[in-house]
Design a protein around this ligand. Structure first.
Ligand SMILES: *[C@@H]1O[C@H](CO)[C@@H](O)[C@H](O)[C@H]1NC(C)=O
Ligand SMILES: *[C@@H]1O[C@H](CO)[C@@H](O)[C@H](O)[C@H]1NC(C)=O
Ligand SMILES: *[C@@H]1O[C@H](CO)[C@@H](O)[C@H](O)[C@H]1NC(C)=O
Length: 362
């Protein structure tokens, strides 16, 4: 047996060795022959690659400790100016988007404690109908108010869009539609529109204390949220949800969310509450709305309001364990997890319905 195995081994070894050395030789020969072209290719390709990956931007970004976001003004004064109707400096980011469709103003008076603002889309009727059959129904039963936030029909290829919105509004009366293109990049406008409506139309007449801004693919446990608000939540200065503590802007070129150093010069973002579900007290909503006018526009709604919060010295409260942003829903919704207030499902609206039926039916 032994010699046979030995000879097999050496044959194998010889075979591998010669093949390998032949490969190496041919590679060497190749490099030698094409040396100039290989070098030139590296010379041409590597710097753009470094550039495209954003490595230089990562290296030369200003440290976060130097963070400041225009406009630098006396915010205490600006907030008290709001009451007088005249600002001592001109706003730099005034977004007066006409409300195209809105509930009647006096409806604000009928609701207490909590208003839920649901970020929807003008073409998101299916999600709205699922929610109206599930947790939105629980909200209404408990006398909490909800509103769906929409942009205009401008980007929708449907001649009946405007008519459909008006019909939906006359059926349910829960739409708030602004006059701006309903696009992802306009989410900051959508959020500001909600803050504008609450500040200008509701707060003067109603005693609503908490606002929850939430995506339309969340499953919400209304009873748990209610007991959290009554027993635990701060009564003012509350800016809470899943907190991104030290996230970086995307510097990889051609990434959907690429941000140049001109757009954002620092290495990190201030801590901010993820836009999926954001819980605020009404004093914060009002301050956010006023200070947003004196803050340079940024296309990501949650990052933008992170800037605004930082300017106002309001630090975010992490209640990510109740309102998770990025958990896998089936594991989170195991029966043992009874504390959960809500959970994200990233557009899988039918699953939201199933989850609600199974765990949250109240
Ligand atoms: C900001 O304005 C308030 C109210 O007008 C004033 O009391 C305060 O001194 C001002 N702060 C600074 C740093 O100027
Ligand atoms: C809009 O829809 C119509 C009919 O459904 C179609 O003929 C037309 O090409 C569409 N336009 C755009 C810009 O998608
Ligand atoms: C955002 O809305 C404004 C106002 O309607 C519009 O001019 C702009 O093109 C929209 N942005 C995108 C990316 O659609």
């Amino acid at each position: 047996m032994q010699p046979y195995q030995m000879s097999m081994f050496s044959a194998n070894y010889y075979f591998k060795y010669t093949i390998r050395s032949k490969e190496v030789m041919s590679l060497r020969a190749f490099v030698k022959r094409w040396k100039k072209i290989v070098c030139l290719t590296c010379f041409i390709c590597v710097p753009p690659l470094i550039y495209l990956l954003g490595s230089i931007e990562y290296l030369i970004a200003k440290p976060y400790s130097e963070f400041s976001w225009p406009l630098e003004v006396n915010l205490t004064r600006v907030i008290s100016d709001y009451e007088t109707g005249h600002y001592h400096v001109a706003p730099i980011n005034e977004q007066k988007f006409l409300l195209k469709v809105q509930p009647t103003a006096d409806k604000c008076q009928d609701f207490k404690l909590l208003t839920v603002l649901i970020k929807s889309r003008v073409d998101g009727r299916k999600s709205r109908d699922v929610l109206r059959k599930t947790w939105v129904k629980s909200l209404t039963k408990n006398n909490y108010r909800h509103l769906f936030l929409l942009g205009s029909c401008a980007s929708i290829n449907s001649t009946s869009c405007e008519k459909d919105v008006r019909k939906e509004q006359s059926d349910y009366g829960d739409l708030l539609q602004g006059d701006f293109v309903d696009a992802y990049e306009n989410n900051t406008i959508k959020m500001t529109m909600a803050f504008q409506y609450i500040t200008e139309q509701c707060l003067p007449h109603s005693s609503v204390l908490y606002l929850l801004l939430i995506d339309d693919d969340y499953a919400l446990n209304v009873r748990k949220l209610e007991s959290y608000l009554i027993e635990t939540a701060k009564k003012f200065d509350l800016y809470a949800g899943y907190v991104w503590k030290k996230s970086r802007p995307f510097r990889i070129h051609f990434h959907k969310h690429y941000m140049s150093l001109d757009q954002y010069p620092y290495s990190h973002y201030p801590p901010f509450v993820s836009a999926g579900a954001m819980l605020l007290t009404s004093d914060v909503v009002k301050k956010f709305y006023i200070v947003s006018k004196f803050s340079k526009y940024y296309p990501f709604d949650d990052v933008f309001y992170g800037f605004v919060a930082k300017k106002l010295n309001i630090s975010p409260t992490d209640i990510g364990e109740f309102l998770p942003s990025y958990y896998n829903v089936p594991s989170v919704h195991s029966k043992s997890n009874k504390r959960l207030i809500g959970s994200h499902r990233f557009g899988k609206i039918d699953e939201v319905f199933q989850i609600y039926k199974k765990f949250y039916n109240q």
